[in-house]
Design a protein around this ligand. Structure first.
Ligand code: G3H
Ligand code: ZN
Length: 284
């Protein structure tokens, strides 16, 4: 059934586990993530990024409605989250499209501008029943940008600044920069577990890890133990899907029916989603 992100995150926090949030681009991603969560027997967040909306030529509703239909018929709870929103126009389309939550992304702006934009977004979100996540510090690696050097000022999230940012913006969760980076195709990120612990102690809202595809299993488990409550995964699904499609087409150069290669891609994503969902549920 359809659930809300706020409920799933609150329950994960109470159980000292994390809820996985997978980025979905196509219907096959949606079907795979839900099948993987069903196989693991645990709730999941389906998230649609602003970039995925751009891929669908600016349309949010077709994928949102498909995701809603799959969620409603799922054997586990499934929430819909709008991810990495920079456009106020897109933010305002979230409630009618069936999203219970948004991540508002102004982390590329200087601190004061990030705070002002996030506070305005949070006011609007709360007035319209949305749970809202924002980012402080820079995870990096998004839209082809290079990963930031950990020593770049503002790259890592500062706990004192984070406490002020959450109090003054009123957000419900905070995405933190603790050593992960977006769009990694190898699982080689090393997280700053001391910083995660200090952030968890400083804040009374859940912490969100972005760029989790590049984080090895043991690092992810430790991060969840340290207080990460929502784990965002995108690239790992795409790595699995693309490898399966490439293999199938190499084996069968005459194949023309998309159900053959999209089906192989969907199976590969299902297994990835199941594995990560199992890992996060077991992590303490
Ligand atoms: O918001 C989305 C996530 O941060 C996904 O990052 O594609 O590197 O796993 P990833
Ligand atoms: Zn992200």
């Amino acid at each position: 059934p359809l659930a809300t992100t706020g409920d799933l995150v609150a329950r994960a926090a109470a159980g000292r586990v994390a809820v996985p949030a997978f980025n979905v681009i196509t219907l096959e991603h949606v079907e795979a993530v839900v099948a993987g969560a069903e196989a693991a027997g645990a709730p999941v967040v389906l998230q649609v990024s602003e970039n995925a909306v751009k891929f669908h030529r600016g349309r949010l509703l077709p994928l949102a409605r498909a995701a809603t239909a799959v969620a409603e018929q799922a054997a586990v709870e499934v929430a819909l989250h709008l991810d990495h929103v920079q456009s106020d126009d897109l933010l305002r389309r979230a409630p009618e499209a069936g999203f219970s939550s948004v991540m508002y992304d102004a982390a590329h702006l200087p601190y004061a501008d990030n705070l002002a934009a996030t506070r305005a977004a949070a006011d609007w979100a709360h007035a319209h029943g949305l749970w809202i996540e924002a980012e402080l510090g820079q995870v990096g690696g998004k839209d082809g940008q290079p990963a930031l050097d950990a020593h770049t000022p503002g790259a890592r999230t500062d706990p004192d600044e984070a406490r002020e940012f959450v109090a003054e913006s009123g957000v419900d969760a905070l995405a933190v920069a603790v050593g992960s980076s977006h769009a990694m195709t190898t699982r080689t990120a090393a997280l700053d577990h001391d910083l995660i612990a200090r952030l968890a102690a400083a804040l009374d809202v859940p912490l969100v890890l972005h760029g989790s595809s590049g984080v090895p299993d043991d690092e992810l488990t430790a991060a969840v133990g340290g207080g990460i409550t929502k784990v965002n995964v995108g690239t790992a699904l795409n790595v699995a899907m693309t490898a399966a499609v490439r293999d199938l087409l190499a084996d069968r150069p005459d194949a023309v029916d998309p159900r053959g290669y999209l089906g192989a891609g969907r199976e590969a994503m299902t297994e990835t989603a199941r594995r990560i969902t199992d890992l996060l549920r077991a992590a303490t």
